[in-house]
Design a protein around this ligand. Structure first.
Ligand code: XMP
Length: 429
């Protein structure tokens, strides 16, 4: 293994992910483990140069004071007991705190600043090969950032031992299924099973207007299709997943309560009993993107804006129809094109169109029309819990409106949603 590591043992502080990021920002790899890590688990971790025990107020969780085992304190690497209120607090000043952290990492632990993507990829390639040997691995490749980066990493590590399954559920953005095929099958020479399940999904969704019902149908059907494909392939032992560090942190640790449950794996039947390969599970989102770029994935895949799992399904309001879905896909493509041309694509967190399920009267070439409106949405946010509306220049709004009303069939109006979150949500359903 190429990288030195500083371990953070979690004594109940919510600050631990930030601390891990700060250490990585110093160029030294860092991971968070539960406070009750065993001697064997600790010994199995490679290149540990130091340990930071970082706790919340008095290290009390649910009324019980917690601490690490003696083997942690008596081991061969330096231990820093930090952040524990009333015991060994961090210096109050931000700069001093960072300096103290840096001194511990580089002077006390003598860690080398060798955390970079090249080394991370080399280590993961070795770990993946060690884990799966000559066995086969399956991956549901949506084309999103996380699954795409996992695919690229596994292709580098095990090539044709990986089978990627891309399910086109008909709710992807314009050009996305084609790009998945182009990048992974044509450029990276991967085993890629492309499943055209468009009719199947749209038939199941026909007439269903309730947003939660729509989400449920899309989720359930997705697992069914994937399961059917998995059964067609024989001898698969491993399932790769694009789990990333925030997914794990949000699921909670022993000492920090769960924010939301994490169930990427949910739903596969028990007889499809795969062992998991999750090579990105220790990366933060920006690190995942850097990893994808280092593996040669195209920029528009690596820097893609967030896109909901149910895809365009939650933006084609009410019961989905093919004509409105097409209007949605085309208007979204125009919006993305214009944002890219104006240089807004890297500045705005999320931007998309919505097509409601009502029509309004308009006029075209002197004749009355009765067509759909398209709603534009563009927001910035840090954590998606709250969001602000982006002020799009008026001439750009005008150009987008002009293009959508002339190029997209069945649309006669364009509206801009001025609502922040709250009171709106980012999506409309
Ligand atoms: P809301 O609409 O709740 O969205 O303000 C917050 C963020 O979550 C995304 N989102 C979803 N992502 N499945 C997902 O994977 C979903 O069902 C879903 N609904 C919303 C949304 O795009 C935004 O980034």
């Amino acid at each position: 293994m190429k990288q030195d590591m500083i371990l953070i043992l979690d004594l109940g502080s919510e600050e631990n992910p930030r601390l891990a990021r700060e250490i990585r920002a110093l160029g030294v790899y860092s991971e968070i483990y539960p406070h009750d890590i065993t001697e064997e688990e600790l010994k199995a971790l490679p290149n540990v140069r130091g340990i930071i025990l970082n706790g919340g107020p008095n290290c009390v969780v649910d009324g019980v004071e917690i601490d690490a085992g003696d083997h942690v304190y008596n081991g061969s690497v330096p231990v820093l007991l930090a952040g524990v209120k009333g015991k060994h607090p961090w210096p109050a000043e931000e700069e001093e705190r960072k300096a103290a952290l840096s001194r511990f990492v580089f002077e006390t632990c003598e860690a080398k600043a060798n955390w970079n993507m090249e080394n991370f990829i080399a280590d993961q390639v070795e770990l993946i090969r060690r884990q799966v040997g000559d066995q086969k691995v399956l991956l549901a490749l949506s084309g999103g950032v996380d699954s795409s980066v996992v695919a690229a990493l596994l292709i580098k590590a095990i090539g044709k031992q990986l089978t990627c399954v891309h399910v086109n559920h008909g709710l992807l953005r314009k050009g996305e299924p084609e790009q998945v095929v182009e990048v992974f099958r044509n450029q990276m020479d991967a085993n890629l099973v492309y499943v055209d399940a468009v009719d199947r999904f749209l038939d199941k969704l026909a007439g269903v207007a309730d947003p939660e019902q729509k989400r449920k149908i899309i989720g359930t059907e997705f697992i069914r299709v994937f399961e059917e494909e998995a059964r067609k392939l024989s001898g698969i032992r491993y399932l790769a997943q694009g789990t990333i560090y925030p997914d794990i942190i949000e699921s909670g640790t022993k000492t920090v309560k769960a924010v939301k449950s994490h169930h990427n794996v949910g739903g596969l039947p028990e007889d499809l009993d795969f062992a998991l390969v999750e090579p990105l599970k220790m990366l933060f989102k920006d690190e995942v993107r850097a990893c994808g770029a280092a593996l040669g994935l195209p920029d528009n895949m690596v820097y893609r804006q967030p896109f909901p799992g149910p895809g365009l399904g939650v933006r084609c309001l009410g019961a989905i129809t093919r004509d409105r879905l097409e209007a949605l896909r085309e208007s979204d493509a125009i919006l993305r094109e214009e944002f890219a041309a104006a240089g807004l694509d890297r500045e705005v967190w999320q931007y998309f169109t919505v097509v409601p399920d009502f029509k309004s009267v308009g006029v075209r070439d002197g004749a009355r029309t009765f067509d759909w409106p398209v709603i534009l949405r563009a927001v910035n946010t840090v954590d998606a819990m709250t969001a602000t509306v982006v002020g799009i220049p008026y001439d750009l709004l005008g150009r987008i409106t002009e293009r959508i009303t002339t190029e997209v069939a069945g649309v006669n109006r364009v509206l801009y949603d001025l609502t922040p979150k709250p009171t709106g949500t980012i999506e409309w359903e």
